[in-house]
Design a protein around this ligand. Structure first.
Ligand code: CA
Length: 234
């Protein structure tokens, strides 16, 4: 899962980026507001961690503009400002949650999971169809109900595909969801990852659409009821 970290404090940003990467996230870290804005315009983030006091453009302004453009990426505001006014302003202009520094990293992770889940529109944490489901909390895949572990990249790949059932995602789109900036991505990295996922999930689960990209198969993505009516779709 790819997250955007917006933090101008070198020490805080550095330790947070490390901790997030150790927890399996791909992290893009920007240190001022204008860069944050262009990163958000590029899209593809599961969540944004946003400091408010930033050079060039204030965090509240970045958030206001993103929401004005209809960007619904979950935003968790991280700030030293503990004044009630700031907190209310942040929430009023569309922050999903608020964390005042200093905070515990475990609490940050829990709140990130909560805002991502909420934005995925699920009261529960499962997305997908009858055959293949993804548990956003435990980051496991469920194959006909059987749970197994996924690597961080496998999770990001499957999340991207299941989020938009039926849509064809290009190599660029998948790479932007799976890898962070500056990460060395070999030209066949996505193919290798998909090959491994097919072995895990079944050869037909992820379909290649020649020259365009990949999509999750209809049987894997369909709502459980639809699959039941159609019988075993293999
Ligand atoms: Ca700051």
């Amino acid at each position: 899962m790819r997250v955007l970290l917006v933090e101008d404090d070198e020490m805080i940003g550095d330790s947070l980026a490390h901790a997030l990467r150790s927890s399996g996230f791909s992290v893009d870290w920007v240190k001022e507001g204008l860069l944050a804005q262009s990163a958000l315009d590029d899209g593809g983030y599961a969540c944004v961690l946003l400091d408010l006091g930033l050079p060039k453009r204030d965090g509240t302004e970045v958030l206001r503009q993103a929401r004005a453009k209809g960007d619904q990426t979950p935003v968790l505001v991280l700030t030293a400002r503990d004044g009630l006014d700031d907190r209310i302003t942040g929430l009023d202009i569309g922050a999903d949650d608020y964390l005042v520094k200093p905070y515990e990293f475990r609490e940050l992770l829990a709140r990130m999971r909560a805002v991502i889940r909420r934005r995925d529109g699920a009261a529960h944490s499962l997305i997908g169809g009858a055959d293949v489901q993804l548990d956003l909390t435990t980051r496991e895949v469920l194959l006909q109900g059987e749970r197994s572990q996924l690597s961080a990249r496998e999770f990001a790949l499957l999340h991207a595909l299941l989020e938009r059932p039926g849509a064809i995602l290009s190599r660029d789109q998948l790479e932007s969801r799976i890898y962070g900036w500056g990460e060395e991505v070999s030209s066949n990295a996505v193919d290798v990852l998909i090959h491994g996922m097919r072995r895990k999930l079944g050869a037909d689960t992820i379909r290649n659409v020649r020259g365009l990209g990949w999509r999750i198969s209809a049987a894997s993505a369909a709502a459980p009821a639809a699959v039941a009516v159609a019988g075993s779709a293999g």
